[in-house]
Design a protein around this ligand. Structure first.
Ligand code: SF4
Length: 302
């Protein structure tokens, strides 16, 4: 120990047999690991092989930035090209026609969360489908941890505090997903009053204990080390953490469908549900609330 102090290395006291200090040890590893070790090498290149096709569904509405795609969409296209795969980019209204014109089904369909319901309806069940937000939960964070966190929605009760966190400090537009639509849907789902707090940028708390659930944006501007550190902070505090796209898929009843490309995540869902069956009395969200959740959302809100 004194030698570590001489070298200015902070020791981490860990006892694996007692499960003590494991999260501290993981955090120390995360801080010390080189970027190549921490960063995921690909967004979706491992899901769509060389020569295969992914269809990317990008709604272009009044909320879409003028004249450009948003960063996650651009990065997904570039990632497919780096993997020698192909991208076909369509608006949600053209998806059905585009799929009908292909001589074989695409390897994957990826959609913006706000078009989830229509894309799920127009994509044949045998074709894997997910969202940019869920791809980014995996790329920037820990998809399995955030899938497990999403299932905590069924344990929420009236009076619980929920933290909604966004990694950048973009200016919210109108009734955006994090400030209005997700809180409204969760309140209806739980059937009681919930307390929502919002943080942006670097204001994520060191200790999130006290919250019943953290819901994070897709963190497209974060590096993976930063996002993993937030997930670890939640784990240490015993607080489940989800993300926007996962919550939306869950609310729409297409959670497993949206996780189809990720077997480890589906396995985690089965394990959590086997251990604690979902709340039997959960009221279904009214159709109007679901329609609001996926319509007119700012597309930068992953
Ligand atoms: S997902 Fe949206 S809120 Fe989060 S960092 Fe990206 S642009 Fe900002």
């Amino acid at each position: 120990m004194p030698r570590l102090v001489d070298f200015k290395i902070a020791p981490v006291l860990t006892a694996a047999s007692e499960g003590r200090g494991i999260l501290d040890f993981r955090e120390a590893l995360l801080e010390a690991a080189p970027p190549d070790f921490v960063d995921n090498p690909t967004i979706l290149g491992d899901l769509v092989g060389p020569g295969e096709l992914a269809v990317l569904v990008v709604p272009i509405d009044k909320e879409a930035p003028r004249g450009r795609l948003i960063l996650p969409q651009v990065q997904a296209i570039r990632d497919l090209m780096d993997s020698d795969a192909m991208a076909l980019v369509v608006k949600e209204r053209e998806l059905k026609t585009a799929l009908a014109r292909l001589d074989r089904p695409p390897r994957l369909v990826v959609t913006d969360s706000q078009a989830f319901l229509k894309v799920a309806a127009d994509t044949p069940p045998a074709v894997p489908m997910t969202s940019f937000s869920i791809l980014f939960a995996r790329f920037k964070g820990d998809l399995v941890a955030q899938v497990e966190g999403t299932l905590a929605v069924d344990r929420l009760k009236s009076g619980d505090r929920i933290l909604i966190a966004e990694h950048c400090s973009h200016h919210p537009i109108g009734e955006d997903i994090g400030r209005v639509k997700i809180p409204r849907w969760l309140t209806q789902y739980v059937g009681g009053k919930l307390e929502f707090e919002h943080v942006q940028g670097h204001d994520f708390p060191d200790d999130p204990s006290g919250y019943a659930l953290v819901i994070h944006c897709g963190a497209c501007t974060a590096n993976r080390r930063a996002m993993l550190s937030r997930i670890l902070r939640c784990k240490r505090a015993g607080v489940p953490i989800s993300n926007y796209g996962l919550i939306i898929a869950y609310s729409l009843g297409i959670f497993e469908r949206a996780l189809q490309p990720f077997p480890a995540a589906l396995e985690a869902v089965c394990e959590v549900r086997a251990a604690a069956p979902i709340r039997a009395a959960a009221p279904p969200a009214p159709a109007a609330a679901l329609a609001e959740l996926v319509s007119d959302g700012p597309v930068d809100d992953l």
